[in-house]
Design a protein around this ligand. Structure first.
Ligand SMILES: Cc1cc2nc3c(=O)[nH]c(=O)nc-3n(C[C@H](O)[C@H](O)[C@H](O)COP(=O)(O)OP(=O)(O)OC[C@H]3O[C@@H](n4cnc5c(N)ncnc54)[C@H](O)[C@@H]3O)c2cc1C
Ligand code: FES
Length: 331
C-alpha cells in the first residue's frame, strides 16, 4: 500500500513565542510520527521542512519550532504572519533522524534551531528507555537559547540520567574540537546526534571521528545542503541511452536519459515543474515512486527502508541504474 506523501490542511491551535526569533506551532495534526521526524510545509507555494519539537511519547500535541533565518523567505513569513486558528498545508511526518534500538548513551550536539529534533529525541529516549542522555547546545547568547526551561526541567526530572550544557558563542567563541571531545567523555559506545549550522556540524563530526567514534555512531540531520554534496555520482557513460518516463499531474512525459542526471534534473529538462525544496536528500519534498526500472540515491536522509522497498525515491538524488525508468509523482 503506497504511503501518503501529499499535503494536508491542518489548523494551528497555538503559537508559542520561544525566543525573539523562534516560535513553536502547536498543530491540530493527528499524524503518527517518530521522535526526530519532520513535516514539510507548503507556504505561499514554497516548500520547507520543519522538525517536530514534540515527542509522540510525552506530548499530547504535535509541535514544530521555526527559527528566523535572516533574509529567509518562509521562516520570516511564518513568524510574521501565522497565528492561532490559521490553516497550513503540511505533509505527513517523514525522516530517519530517529532513535535506534540500543541501550547505549545518547549524546547530542546542536546549534540554534538544531535543538528542535534533538528535544524530541531526548524526551522520547528519557521516557521510553533507561539510556543516559547528554546534550550540548551552542547558541549566540543566553537570549537565543530555545527550550532553555524545557531542558532545565528535564534535567531536574531525570537527575543522573540527563545532562544539558549550554555553550554561548558571544562570551566563549565558537565550539572547538577539544570541547566536543571533552563532552563525548568516556561514552565510547554512544549514539551521537548532530544538528545545527553546517560549519558547526562539520566541526563536531570531524572531532568525533578523530576522537575515535565510528561513522555509524554519528547521526546527522542537515537543515541545509552540505557544502560538498552531492558526492558519489555514478560515472558518466554517454553510450547508455534509454528513456526516463515521468508521470506528473496524471500526464506521461518521455525524456531521453542523460547519464549522471538525477530524475529531478531530467524532469526539469523536459520543461516540467515537479516539487522540490532542499535538493540535498533531506526533506522528501521531491518524492516519487519508481514503477518501472530502478534508481539509486546519492544521498538519503529522509526515506525509511520500507519506503525505499516500495519504490519511493528522492528524485533530487535518484539516478537511474536501468536504461529505462518510469517515475510517478503523487497528485
Ligand atoms: C529535514 C529538515 C528539517 C528542518 N527542521 C527545521 C526546524 O525544526 N526549525 C527550523 O527553524 N528550520 C528547520 N529546517 C530549515 C528550514 O527548512 C528552512 O531551510 C529554513 O527555515 C530557512 O528557510 P527560509 O525560506 O526562511 O530561507 P531561504 O529563503 O531558503 O534561505 C535564505 C538564505 O539563508 C540560508 N539558509 C537557509 N536555511 C538556513 C538555516 N537553517 N540556517 C542558516 N542559513 C540558512 C540560505 O542558504 C539562503 O542563503 C529544516 C530543514 C530540513 C531539510
Ligand atoms: S528536494 Fe529535498 S529531498 Fe529532494
Amino acid at each position: 500500500m503506497a504511503r501518503d506523501h501529499g499535503f494536508h490542511p491542518v489548523r494551528i491551535r497555538q503559537v508559542v513565542q520561544e525566543t525573539a526569533d523562534a516560535c513553536t506551532y502547536v498543530l491540530d495534526a493527528p499524524f503518527p510520527y517518530q521522535a526526530g521526524q519532520f513535516l514539510t510545509f507548503k507556504v505561499c507555494g514554497t516548500l520547507r521542512s520543519y522538525s517536530m519539537s514534540s515527542s509522540p511519547d510525552t506530548d499530547a500535541e504535535l509541535m514544530t519550532t521555526v527559527k528566523r533565518v535572516p533574509g529567509g523567505l518562509v521562516s520570516n513569513w511564518m513568524l510574521d504572519h501565522l497565528a492561532a486558528g490559521d490553516l497550513v498545508e503540511v505533509t505527513r511526518p517523514a525522516g530517519v533522524f530517529c532513535l535506534r534500538e540500543t541501550t547505549a548513551p545518547l549524546v547530542a550536539f546542536c546549534g540554534g534551531s538544531g535543538i528542535t529534533p534533538i528535544l524530541s529525541l531526548v524526551k522520547s529516549a528519557l521516557a521510553t528507555t533507561r539510556r543516559r542522555v547528554r546534550v550540548l547546545t551552542a547558541d549566540r547568547d543566553a537570549d537565543s537559547v530555545i527550550f532553555a526551561s524545557a531542558l532545565a526541567e528535564l534535567a531536574g526530572r531525570y537527575p543522573g540520567r540527563f545532562e544539558v550544557r549550554h555553550h554561548l558563542d558571544v562570551p566563549n567563541g565558537f565550539v572547538t574540537a577539544a570541547e566536543v571531545r571533552a563532552f563525548a567523555g568516556d561514552d565510547r559506545d554512544a549514539d551521537f546526534y548532530v544538528c545545527g549550522p553546517t560549519p558547526f556540524m562539520d566541526l563536531v563530526e570531524h572531532a568525533l571521528l578523530a576522537w575515535g567514534a565510528g561513522p555509524e555512531q554519528i547521526l546527522i540531520e542537515r537543515f541545509t545542503p552540505a557544502a560538498d554534496s552531492p558526492a558519489d555520482r555514478a560515472p558518466a557513460d554517454e553510450e547508455q541511452g534509454g528513456t526516463v518516463t515521468i508521470v506528473l499531474g496524471g500526464k506521461r512525459h518521455a525524456v531521453p536519459r542523460h547519464p549522471g542526471e538525477t530524475l529531478l534534473e531530467s524532469a526539469r529538462r523536459a520543461g516540467l515543474a515537479p516539487p522540490f525544496s532542499c535538493e540535498a536528500g533531506n526533506c522528501a519534498t521531491c518524492i516519487a515512486q519508481v514503477t518501472e526500472g530502478q534508481a539509486r540515491m546519492r544521498a538519503n536522509n529522509a526515506l525509511e527502508e520500507d519506503e525505499i522497498a516500495e519504490g519511493w525515491v528522492l528524485t533530487c538524488q535518484g539516478e537511474p541504474t536501468t536504461a529505462d525508468i518510469t517515475v510517478v509523482y503523487e497528485d
